[in-house]
Design a protein around this ligand. Structure first.
Ligand code: FES
Ligand SMILES: [Fe+2]
Length: 468
């Protein structure tokens, strides 16, 4: 049983692990089809244990610092490439007050134009809009821009002798394409995305090829909390036993693995099909198997599975899942290990991108601040499924927007149990935002291991906002 992490050394800060429970890697070592090196890697580092002030989640002053020093220097995905498949297709991406027209200017080229007319500033395309264009014409006085951003037409040019029309073009943010996403960065001096993510984690994704998946579901919800509170709720499994007790029946929560790489990347590996260490001795392997399918019954179906004498729920799931999902997804999944099929992998690419490359929970999250109120944010949940073998890429799902009071179970096609889990998270977040304002202690206290990703996240925020 792994109580101390041998790489850190017993007694050192951050070395303790859930007593009496196998580590994630010990659980994976018993799998029939072994996980690749990307999954067996461990990368924890102790990063401090002081409290983190609540003001950063509440005040307009801190939100302003984030806009002026962090959002405009970091890589963010603006859309999927499949949202703009043809030349001239565009979609508007907003972050805070900033707005960009993301458009395909050639088969292999995408540009991100600042969405503001060079005359008197009018947005060229409204927020949330998309379509296909041969040029972008301002609705106010009709200045017109080519697809490549150059000026096409300036009405009454005789009145603007001071405008060099040959040199006039819409300013652009940096753009990169990776894993089927269009990434943008407003900082002209930003490092390339591969360097920002780092070679190790870039290599992890080389196999998963998210560019070969499609958007099967897209849900947008406005949340009653700062964007960081929302993001941080998904950086740990620590809350599972209290918030999602049913999920704990089939999740290694207290023995999930947490990794951090540099400033911009972190992940957890939550082993599925195993009982939470909090519940040891209280449930059978059959109980675990019965609840595991909660994750996504739309794919797994309702077949009753049985754990054989001496077997484990995880073993049964690994055997069954690949078969069932190969048929359901009409896709060849033979190259995936048991862990990649079963487990919940969550990678954060700072600041607001969460990628879950596993097959049974193939999600993407994006969190954006509400520019009008730092105690509100916009949370997006997408499902990225493998493209069915031999079929054309399905069109990306249209976003389905939920109001604050609506349940995730109202999303068409979502598994109701799965929707309920997201509702449980939403309920917490409103209370957390209010509690942070009500608190006398004025700061949050983090676990050294299970909340290391939050520590790294806030430390990186500090690095950006501390740099004028
Ligand atoms: S503001 Fe765009 S043409 Fe005048
Ligand atoms: Fe949760």
């Amino acid at each position: 049983m792994n109580v101390q992490n041998p790489k850190i050394g017993p007694g050192e800060k951050g070395a303790a692990r859930c007593p009496g429970a196998p580590s994630t890697q010990e659980i994976l070592s018993h799998d029939k089809v072994q996980a690749p090196p990307s999954i067996t890697a461990e990368h924890y580092k102790f990063l401090g244990d002081e409290d983190i002030a609540y003001d950063r989640y509440i005040t307009p002053e801190f939100a302003k610092l984030e806009y002026e020093r962090m959002w405009n220097r970091t890589w963010q995905w603006a859309c999927r490439e499949e949202h703009i498949p043809n030349v001239g297709d565009y979609i508007v991406y907003d972050i805070g007050a900033q707005s960009f027209i993301i458009t395909r200017t050639a088969a292999n080229q995408v540009k991100a134009f600042y969405n503001a007319c060079l005359h008197r500033g009018t947005k060229l395309r409204g927020s949330g809009s998309e379509g296909n264009a041969t040029d972008f014409k301002c609705p106010f006085h009709g200045w017109q821009y080519n697809l490549d951003g150059s000026l096409k037409y300036l009405p009454c040019q005789w009145d603007f002798p001071h405008v060099d029309t040959a040199k006039t073009r819409l300013p652009e943010a940096k753009v990169e394409l990776w894993q089927g996403f269009v990434w943008i960065n407003m900082d002209e001096k930003a490092p390339p995305l591969a360097e920002y993510i780092g070679p190790e984690v870039s290599a992890h994704f080389a196999k998963w090829k998210l560019e070969e998946r499609y958007v099967a579901m897209h849900v947008i919800k406005h949340m009653p909390c700062n964007w960081k509170f929302a993001a941080e709720a998904f950086l740990e499994s620590y809350h599972v036993i209290e918030t999602h007790p049913l999920v704990a029946l089939s999740t290694g929560d207290a023995n999930s693995q947490y990794d951090v790489w540099g400033d911009h990347v972190s992940r957890f590996l939550a082993p599925m099909g195993v009982l939470s260490p909090h519940l040891y001795g209280k449930h059978t392997e059959q109980d675990v198997l019965d609840t595991f399918t909660l994750g996504d019954r739309t794919v797994l179906g309702d077949d009753k599975l049985t754990v054989p004498e001496g077997g484990t729920a995880r073993g049964v799931m690994a055997d069954v899942l690949r078969d069932v999902m190969t048929k359901a997804l009409k896709s060849d999944l033979s190259s995936y290990s048991d862990s990649e099929m079963l487990d919940c992998y969550s990678y954060n690419i700072f600041p607001n991108c969460f990628l879950f490359p596993g097959i049974s929970l193939p999600m993407v999250y994006r969190f954006r601040p509400n520019p009008k109120d730092p105690t509100q944010c916009i949370y997006e949940l997408l499902f990225l499924r493998p493209i069915p073998a031999g079929e054309a890429r399905p069109a990306p799902a249209e976003p389905f927007t939920l109001t604050l009071g609506q349940s995730y179970s109202e999303v068409p096609g979502i598994d109701p149990g799965f929707g309920g889990v997201f509702d449980q998270d939403t309920d917490n977040l409103g209370l957390q935002q209010e509690g942070a304002a009500a608190s006398k202690k004025r700061g949050l206290t983090l676990g050294n291991y299970q909340e290391i990703r939050i520590r790294q996240f806030e430390r990186t925020i500090d690095k950006y906002v501390g740099k004028p």
